[in-house]
Structures are given as structure tokens and as C-alpha cells.
Design a protein around this ligand. Structure first.
Ligand code: AMP
Length: 299
């Protein structure tokens, strides 16, 4: 069947209910995006299409999750090309609503979370995760997916969405998908188009910093697990220090944070941590980039 696009909630719901009654056994897979799609988004769409009968992609530039209006205004918009990419990757339905359709006048309910929304990106972007959770919660109610696909590239977003689903008993399986990178290691991002040629070259420092951090963590893990909180803190400082040194050596980079945390809870690492997340945010010129890598502590 050819791809169909809907910009109203009632139109999308009507189509989904008709297809469900026609017997979509393996369910509905959903990929929420903000558009300006690249190979990273498309890897999520392909996975959803492979695992579900119906694949829905939303393309909605969510104003609620932008703390800086300049970032929202300059965000790339490529709707026609996005729809073609979705179609080629096996999407059945694209939902591309207006801001008014999602937030009609007077809508003032928000989803807020304490804890993992306050660390990493939450420090410099205090309204961001409430904006993300509110729109993802609304989209889950609209689409009612069986499974929803998110990138590990946004590790904190994935962790807080998993927590929201648990905390609010939402009936959806959250699937995390690996980060897709350019050949030199830069994580694909819609914001990469803002990098000029020099900044593009410099931007590989995030990947190199994470690689250095994981090497250090691997060496340390080879010498046995830390025995108490102060040893975990020393390990954390060593590992983040080696990443910071790589970032500091790049003149075009301004580091916002380099952190090593428990990958599930985003709390400091400790004896019960099963995996570590090393996460970086840095500005290259005016463009804010984030990246992360995960390291299993169980092997
Ligand atoms: P966005 O349009 O930036 O909100 O991203 C939509 C989804 O695509 C999110 O789940 C992101 O984590 C995911 N995504 C973005 N970039 C990548 C990437 N390089 N690799 C894998 N997933 C990605």
C-alpha cells in the first residue's frame, strides 16, 4: 500500500482503527521524530517496519522541548524529502501535525519527572525533558503503538522515556536502537548541517573523547571492580578526565559536560551498576552536539 500522510489526530486515528480491524497481527510500531531525517532516523524506521505490521512515523518539531528560540527557528525543515525517505524505509503512515493540532489554545497539562531529568542535558535545558515527555506521552495516546523506537544517541531521552512508561504504566514496548555514525565517527544529527567545514572536522573530537574514555574504563575494569564509593568516584574522575583532555585539545570545542554515570538510573556509578554511560555535550562553534557510549560492567 502507498504511504499515507495525516496532519490531524482524528484522521490518523480513523486510519489506524480501520487497519487494526482489518487484522494487523504483529501490531503497530512507532518512530517519533522532529524531521530533517537522516540515516540515524531511518535505521529506527527500518527496524520498526521489520518488526511490526504497521509502521507510523511522526514528524513534529515540538516547540515545548526547545529552551532557546533561536535553536527552534534554525532547526532544518525538509518535510517532502522526509516523507520520501520514510516511504523508502517501509513506513505506512506519516503523522505531521501542526503545533495547534498538538497544543490547541488553552492546553496546559505537562508531564514532569524528578531525578534523571535533572542531570546531564537537564542542567542547562531545564524545560527540555518535560517538553519531550509531554509530546511523547501525547503521541503514545494518539498512536497507541505496541512498540516505539528511540535512538541510543539520545541516551538520557531514552532513559527518561523508559522511566515514564514504567512510572505511568504505559502499555508500550520501548526499543533502543544503536547510534548511527558518519565514517569518521561523528554521530549523525539533524544539527550537523549547521557545522562549517572546519567545525565539521573538529566535531569528531566527541567520538575520539568517548573512545579514549572507554579505553580507560576498559583498562580499569581489567584491574577488578572498585570496592567502595570513593574508588568509584576516583575511577569516574580518571575516565572523564581522559575524555576532557581530548576535548580540551580541540580549539573549536567548548565542553558543556563530560560525565560517567550508571546507564540505567543516570545516578553516580556504584557496586550495583550493570553498565556505565559516558556522555558528552559540547559546542563546536555555535552548534551544540551530544554523544555517548555505553560500557557493560558485567563481563
Ligand atoms: P529527533 O528527530 O532528533 O528527535 O530524533 C528522533 C529519533 O531518532 C530519536 O529517538 C533519536 O534518538 C533518533 N536518532 C537521532 N539521531 C540518531 C542517530 N545518529 N542514530 C540513531 N538514532 C538517532
Amino acid at each position: 500500500m502507498p504511504i499515507k500522510t495525516y496532519d490531524t489526530i482524528s484522521g490518523l486515528r480513523g486510519e489506524l482503527s480501520a487497519r487494526r480491524s482489518a487484522g494487523a497481527g504483529a501490531g503497530v510500531g512507532f518512530v517519533p521524530t522532529m524531521g530533517a531525517l537522516h540515516e540515524g532516523h531511518i535505521s529506527l524506521v527500518r527496524r520498526a517496519a521489520a518488526e511490526n505490521d504497521i509502521t507510523v512515523v511522526s514528524i513534529f518539531l515540538n516547540p515545548l522541548q526547545f529552551d532557546e528560540s533561536a535553536d527552534l527557528d534554525s532547526y532544518p525543515k525538509t518535510l517532502e524529502a522526509d516523507i520520501r525517505l520514510c516511504e523508502a524505509a517501509g513506513t505506512d503512515l506519516v503523522f505531521c501535525p501542526s503545533v495547534r493540532e498538538i497544543y490547541p489554545d488553552g492546553a496546559s497539562t505537562r508531564i514532569e519527572m524528578d531525578g534523571p531529568t535533572d542531570v546531564l542535558c537537564g542542567r542547562s535545558r531545564p524545560r527540555h525533558f518535560s517538553g519531550v515527555l509531554t509530546v511523547v506521552g501525547k503521541l503514545f495516546h494518539i498512536v497507541e503503538p505496541d512498540a516505539a523506537y528511540f535512538g541510543e544517541k539520545d541516551a538520557q531521552q531514552l532513559a527518561v522515556i523508559r522511566k515514564m512508561v514504567r512510572d505511568l504504566n504505559m502499555n508500550v514496548n520501548i526499543v533502543g536502537c544503536p547510534t548511527v555514525r558518519e565514517a569518521d565517527g561523528l554521530a549523525m544529527s539533524s544539527r550537523n548541517v549547521h557545522l562549517n567545514a572546519d567545525e565539521r572536522k573538529a566535531s569528531v573530537c566527541l567520538f575520539r573523547a568517548l573512545t579514549a574514555a572507554l579505553e580507560k574504563l576498559g583498562d580499569a575494569a581489567g584491574h577488578g571492580a572498585p570496592e567502595d564509593d570513593s574508588e568509584w568516584a576516583r575511577l569516574t574522575a580518571d575516565v572523564t578526565g581522559s575524555a576532557r583532555a581530548v576535548l580540551d585539545a580541540e580549539p573549536l570545542a567548548r565542553t558543556e559536560y563530560v560525565e560517567l554515570l550508571d546507564a540505567e538510573t543516570l545516578a553516580p556509578l556504584g557496586g550495583s551498576s550493570r553498565a556505565a554511560l559516558c556522555a558528552i555535550a559540547a559546542r563546536i562553534g555555535d552548534t551544540r552536539l551530544i554523544d555517548n557510549m555505553r560500557f557493560s560492567l558485567n563481563e
